[in-house]
Design a protein around this ligand. Structure first.
Ligand code: CTP
Length: 396
C-alpha cells in the first residue's frame, strides 16, 4: 500500500499520542518508511524510545540539535511524501494557522509544500472554542486535510467531540492523498458488473439477492481513476463519468456483456447473478385467489455468465470472478476458480455483518490460477478495489 512512500508523522502533546504507536505499526505493516517528529510536550505522553523502536528511525524533537548539513526542517520535509500531524493539539493547530514556527514541527509545516493531514484531538470545550474553529476553517481553506475528531468519552473525564478519529481513517486518508494517479490503466478497457440480478416473476415481483453493488462501483471508480476506459454493467442506476449500462436480469447482463466484451482487456464479474429465473414470467400480477397454500414457481437455470466468458475469452483478456460464501470460503473459492477457469477469484465471507453485502467495508482473499492466495485486510471497499486492480496489474 505504501511501498517506497515516506511518511513523516508529527506527534503533539495530547493523551491521544499513545494511539499513534498503533498508527506507526499500521503504516509499517503496509510497507511505509516512517520518520517521526515529536514536540517536547508529546514526549510527556509517549517515550521517544518507543517511537524510535517502532519507526526504525531516529526521533526528531529539538530544532537545532544535529550536525546535519541541511537544517532538519528542510531535509525532513524533502524526505517526506506526506506530513501527518496526529494528534494535533489546539496549540499546534493555532500556531500553524498563524504561520508561527517556534519548534521543529511547526517549522517543517511552514516549509512543506506536499500534502499535510491534520488529525486534531483535544478536550471538547477546546474543540468548541470559536478561535480553534476559525483556525480549523482557515486551514481547510488553505488545503490542509483535516480529519475531524469524534464524539465520545474523553480522557479528561467529560464526553463530547474531541477524540482522535480512528487510526484506520488516518491511514486511509494518507493512502488517498498519496495515491499516484499516473493513469497506469490508460490503455485498458475494463468491464465491471455490479449489483444483484432481479429475475421477474410477474409485473410486481422478482427473485433477487442482497447485493448492493457497492464493490462493483468501487472497482469501476478505481479503474476510471487509473485512466481505464470503464464500462459498468449494473443492476442499479448509477451516475458517473464513465459508461454505465443498467440491466435487471442475468439474461440482460449477459447480453450487455456480449456487446461490450470484444475489445475488453479485463472483465470483472462482481455482480451477484441469480442462478435461476422463473421459467415463465407472468404477464399479469399473480392473484392470491389463483394460488393455493403451497404455491410453486417453476424455475429454470440461468446461464453461468462467468463460465461462458472464460470459455470464449481472447488470449490476453483477464477475467475475474467474485465468490460470495457463507461457509468454507477458501475451499469453495478454490473449487470455483478451477470450475469456472477464470484468471482470478475474489472471495468474501457474506455471513459477516461488518463486511460484504451493503457494507462500506470488505475483507477479501484474491486467488490466482495457481491457487496462490493473498488476503486483503478489512478496509473500505474503495481501497479494496484499488488493491484488486493493483494485484491484477502486477503492482503488489
Ligand atoms: N456468476 C455468473 N453467472 C451465474 C452465477 C454466478 O457469472 N449464473 C458469477 C458471479 O458474478 C461471480 C461468480 O460467478 O463472479 C461466482 O458467483 P457465486 O454466486 O459465488 O457462485 P455460483 O457459481 O453461483 O455458485 P453457488 O451459488 O453454488 O455458490
Amino acid at each position: 500500500m505504501f511501498k517506497n512512500k515516506n511518511i513523516l508523522i508529527g506527534i503533539t502533546g495530547g493523551i491521544a499520542a499513545y494511539k499513534i504507536i498503533e498508527l506507526i505499526r499500521l503504516y509499517k505493516k503496509n510497507n511505509a518508511n516512517i520518520k517521526v517528529i515529536m514536540t517536547e510536550n508529546a514526549t510527556n505522553f509517549v517515550t521517544p524510545l518507543t517511537v524510535r523502536t517502532l519507526s526504525n528511525n531516529p526521533v526528531y524533537i529539538k530544532q537545532f540539535e544535529t550536525d546535519n548539513l541541511f537544517p532538519e526542517h528542510i531535509s525532513l520535509g524533502n524526505w517526506a511524501d506526506i506530513f501527518v500531524i496526529a494528534p494535533a493539539s489546539a496549540n499546534t493547530i493555532s500556531k500553524i494557522a498563524n504561520g508561527i514556527c517556534d519548534n521543529l514541527l511547526t517549522s517543517i509545516v511552514c516549509a512543506f509544500s506536499k500534502p499535510i493531514i491534520i488529525a486534531p484531538a483535544m478536550n471538547c470545550e477546546m474543540w468548541n472554542n470559536p478561535i480553534i474553529k476559525e483556525n480549523i476553517k482557515k486551514l481547510e481553506k488553505l488545503n490542509y486535510n483535516i480529519l475531524y475528531p469524534e464524539a465520545g468519552f474523553l480522557a479528561c473525564g467529560t464526553s463530547g467531540v474531541g477524540r482522535l478519529c480512528p487510526i484506520e481513517q488516518i491511514c486511509e486518508k494518507t493512502y488517498e492523498k498519496l495515491k499516484y494517479k499516473n493513469k497506469k490503466l490508460s490503455n485498458k478497457k475494463i468491464i465491471i458488473t455490479a449489483g444483484g440480478t432481479r429475475e421477474n416473476i410477474d409485473p410486481v415481483r422478482f427473485l433477487g439477492n442482497y447485493s448492493s453493488g457497492k464493490m462493483g462501483v468501487a472497482l469501476a471508480d478505481a479503474a476510471y481513476d487509473s485512466g481505464a476506459e470503464v464500462v459498468l454493467i449494473n443492476t442499479f442506476n448509477h451516475k458517473s463519468n464513465y459508461k454505465t449500462i443498467t440491466v435487471s436480469s442475468a439474461i440482460e447482463m449477459q447480453a450487455a456483456l456480449a456487446k461490450e466484451k470484444q475489445n475488453a482487456d479485463c472483465i470483472i464479474m462482481a455482480a451477484a447473478v441469480a442462478d435461476f429465473r422463473a421459467k415463465k414470467i407472468q404477464k399479469h400480477k399473480i392473484k392470491k385467489e389463483s394460488t393455493d397454500d403451497n404455491f410453486t414457481i417453476e424455475l429454470t437455470r440461468n446461464p453461468d455468465i462467468l463460465t461462458e466468458l472464460c470459455k470464449t475469452k481472447s488470449n490476453n483478456q483477464i477475467i475475474v470472478g467474485f465468490c460470495a460464501e457463507s461457509e468454507n470460503l477458501l475451499e469453495n473459492a478454490k473449487s470455483k476458480i478451477q470450475k469456472k477457469q477464470c484468471d482470478y477469484i475474489v472471495a468474501n465471507d457474506v455471513s459477516r455483518k461488518d463486511i460484504g453485502f451493503a457494507s462500506d467495508e470488505n475483507e477479501v482473499y484474491i486467488i490466482d490460477k495457481n491457487l496462490k492466495i493473498m488476503k486483503l485486510d478489512k478496509t473500505s471497499k474503495k481501497i479494496i478495489a484499488e488493491k484488486i486492480l493493483e494485484f491484477i496489474y502486477g503492482e503488489n
